[in-house]
Design a protein around this ligand. Structure first.
Ligand code: ADP
Ligand code: MG
Length: 256
C-alpha cells in the first residue's frame, strides 16, 4: 500500500527552526489531523509536502518518488492535491470557468472520471465541462455554476478551491484550515465530502485544523506539532489525553 512518508524533515528560515526532524506517515485511505499552536510549523509542513518549500534536511517520499526533490508542479502530477487557507480564485470569472481552468491545468483526469463514471466522450472540452458540472454537483454548489466567484460568500469559495483539487488525479489531499470561516452547514457538508472521498477512492487526507471537535470526529489519527517538533502521533482520544499535548496547547483549546 502506498503511503506518503515524511522522513526526518527539518526546515530552517534564517535562524528559525520551523520544523525539526519531523517523521510520520500518511497511509492511503486514512485521515490524519495536523494540529498545534500558531507558528508550530503546520503550513510549512504542507508546503514541504507539496513542493513549495524545500526541506533543509530530510525528505518526503511517495513510494519510490522523492517529492521533496521535485517542483510543486511535478508533485501535483504525482497526485498530491492542495487546498489553501485562502483560496486564490479569479474573482471576475464564473465558478464554472474557474474550475475549467483547473481542468486544463491537469494532465490526467483518472480519479474524477472514475468518481463520476463518465462515458468515454470524444471531445475533451465537453468532458472537461461535464467534469466541472459533476464536481459542482458533488460539492452541492451546482446552483452557483454561473455566478461570478467574487460575488460568492467565503464558504463557497473554499468549496470551489476543493473542487479545483478534485479535478486533478489525486491520491492524497492536503487541506490547510478548511473550515475557518465556514458556517455549521458548510462544515458538516465538508465533513461528508471528505469521508466520501476516503470511502470511494481511498484518498489519504492530511488536514490542518484548530477546531478540536471537527478533527477528533473526522480523523483516524492526530499528529501534534509544537515549535517545529512532533510531540504526539496517535488516535484522537489518546493524543487529546496526552499530558504534554494538553500543556503545550490543548488545555486552552479544549477550555474554549
Ligand atoms: P503554523 O502554520 O503552524 O501556524 P507556520 O508553518 O506558518 O506555522 O510557521 C512556522 C514558523 O516558521 C513560524 O515561526 C513562522 O514565522 C516561520 N515561517 C514560516 N514561513 C516562513 C518564511 N517563508 N520565512 C521565514 N519564516 C517563516
Ligand atoms: Mg498555518
Amino acid at each position: 500500500m502506498t503511503h506518503l512518508a515524511i522522513e526526518d524533515v527539518s526546515v530552517n528560515f534564517g535562524g528559525i527552526h520551523a520544523l525539526e526532524s519531523v517523521t510520520f506517515e500518511l497511509e492511503a485511505g486514512s485521515i490524519v489531523g495536523l494540529i498545534g499552536p500558531n507558528g508550530a510549523g503546520k503550513s510549512t509542513l504542507l508546503n514541504c509536502i507539496s513542493g513549495i518549500t524545500r526541506p533543509t534536511r530530510g525528505r518526503v517520499r511517495l513510494g519510490g518518488a522523492v517529492l521533496s526533490a521535485m517542483s510543486s508542479a511535478a508533485v501535483a502530477r504525482q497526485g498530491i492535491g492542495r487546498v489553501f487557507q485562502h483560496p486564490e480564485l479569479v474573482a471576475e470569472l464564473s465558478v464554472h470557468d474557474n474550475l475549467l481552468i483547473a481542468c486544463h491545468l491537469s494532465l490526467e483526469y483518472g480519479l474524477l472520471s472514475e468518481l463520476l463514471r463518465l462515458p468515454n466522450v470524444r471531445h475533451q472540452e465537453r468532458t472537461a465541462a461535464a467534469k466541472v458540472a459533476n464536481v459542482l454537483a458533488s460539492l452541492g454548489i451546482a446552483d452557483s455554476a454561473a455566478a461570478r466567484v467574487g460575488s460568492l460568500p467565503y464558504g463557497h469559495r473554499k468549496l470551489i478551491d476543493l473542487g479545483r483539487a478534485l479535478l486533478m488525479d489525486i491520491r492524497f489531499l492536503l487541506l490547510d484550515e478548511p473550515i475557518a470561516g465556514l458556517n455549521d452547514s458548510e462544515i458538516s457538508r465538508l465533513r461528508e465530502i471528505l469521508l466520501g472521498l476516503r470511502r470511494e477512492f481511498g484518498l489519504g487526507i492530511l488536514v490542518v485544523e484548530h477546531n478540536m471537535p471537527f478533527v477528533s470526529g473526522l480523523c483516524d489519527r492526530l499528529v501534534v506539532l509544537d515549535l517545529g517538533q512532533l510531540i504526539a502521533n496517535g488516535p484522537p482520544a489518546e493524543v487529546l489525553g496526552d499530558a504534554r499535548v494538553m500543556s503545550s496547547y490543548l488545555g486552552e483549546a479544549v477550555d474554549a
